[in-house]
Design a protein around this ligand. Structure first.
Ligand SMILES: NC(=O)C1=CN([C@@H]2O[C@H](COP(=O)(O)OP(=O)(O)OC[C@H]3O[C@@H](n4cnc5c(N)ncnc54)[C@H](OP(=O)(O)O)[C@@H]3O)[C@@H](O)[C@H]2O)C=CC1
Ligand SMILES: Nc1nc(=O)c2c([nH]1)NC[C@@H]1CN(c3ccc(C(=O)N[C@@H](CCC(=O)O)C(=O)O)cc3)C=[N+]21
Length: 282
């Protein structure tokens, strides 16, 4: 048996067509959607993501402004920039690329971003509205994109065993919450989990976000499962996921490739959140 490959680019393309139309509507109403991306330091991985974000914006018609700051800047300088962007009515979305250099306090920076401009969905107010199921806030882009990828398979989530490996605020936790809200039975695994292999093998839907190249092997996957690989690991210049793709392909029902899976939909959801922000502030 060979799994179906979930094409993140294809899923993205369809959504981006809709976003393009929405962006034109906003412009016709005199609103020019604008995203500010703040990048501190020159981590090569982050440079690629930021470039892809700028490209995505251009494709849909969103204005993007990138702030590339020296790795050595002070907390104060970064806070002042965020404050300035918060008060600028021409800026609808603010994204501060993570991780920040170690001398900077990430939590304090994220807390300062106006929740209405927090298109990453990392502010406690937005994380909280996902947690309570209140809705209306911004949902973290990667998990939101993954829900689209799962939907594209036609596999229903309700009542299924979903296992999320990884519990970061960016991916693992909001992912678990979205799956729970969609009525899956959710298990979250992390570095202290015992019997991870057995738990993973019980998953109808397996989402892996740990940052360990090819950690999940074929023997950890249930036959026919939906396997979502969030990992972006650069190994000898090549991009590798957290899942051993060639093995997963033989066991799973559906699997995402790296690249071309989760990455493109993450960016698409960022564009979607930015238009949501522009519409609300318009
Ligand atoms: N495609 C995309 O759009 C995106 C991709 N990524 C990629 O996804 C990966 C994860 O990112 P992120 O969530 O930010 O990562 P973090 O480093 O913040 O979190 C990693 C999580 O994985 C867990 N973990 C680490 N090692 C193991 C292990 N051996 N067994 C079980 N659990 C483990 C950690 O557990 P503990 O909490 O116990 O330490 C932690 O919860 C990275 O490769 C990143 O580059 C991230 C964001 C977006
Ligand atoms: N504030 C903040 N928000 C984020 O959303 C955020 C972040 N910080 N820090 C880093 C992670 C990682 N991330 C990715 C985005 C796009 C691709 C992407 O475009 N991937 C392509 C190609 C990647 C390549 O060629 O290197 C693909 O998978 O096909 C990957 C990863 C967003 N993140």
């Amino acid at each position: 048996m060979s799994a179906q490959i979930i094409d993140g680019k294809k899923v993205s393309k369809d959504v981006r067509e809709e976003l393009k139309a929405k962006c034109e509507d906003l412009k016709a109403k005199g609103v020019e959607p604008c995203l500010a991306v703040v990048l501190v330091g020159d981590d090569p991985g982050s440079q690629v993501y930021v470039r892809n974000k700028e490209r995505g914006c251009a494709e849909v018609g969103i204005k993007s402004i990138a702030y590339r700051l020296d790795a050595g800047i002070t907390q104060q300088t970064l806070l002042e920039l965020v404050d300035k962007l918060n008060r600028d009515p021409a800026v609808h979305g603010i994204l501060v690329q993570l991780p920040l250099p170690k001398h900077l306090d990430e939590k304090e920076v994220l807390r300062l971003i106006d929740p209405k401009k927090d298109v990453d969905g990392f502010h406690v107010v937005n994380a909280g509205s996902l947690f309570t199921g209140e809705g209306g806030g911004f949902v973290s882009c990667t998990p939101q994109g993954i829900m689209r990828l799962i939907a594209s398979t036609g596999v229903s989530i309700e009542g299924k065993n979903a296992v999320v490996i990884g519990r970061s605020n960016i991916v693992g936790k909001p992912m678990a919450m979205l799956l729970l809200n969609a009525n899956a039975t959710v298990t979250v695994c992390h570095s202290r989990t015992k019997n991870l292999k057995e738990i993973a093998k019980g998953a109808d839907i397996l989402v892996v976000a740990i940052g360990r190249p090819e950690f999940v092997t074929g023997d950890m996957i249930k036959s026919g499962a939906v396997v979502i690989d969030v990992g972006m690991n650069r190994v000898d210049g090549k991009l590798k996921g957290d899942v051993k793709f060639d093995e997963a392909k033989e066991v799973a029902g559906y699997v995402t490739p790296v690249p071309g899976g989760v990455g493109p939909t993450t960016i698409t959801m960022l564009l979607s959140n930015t238009l949501q922000a522009a519409e609300a502030q318009g």
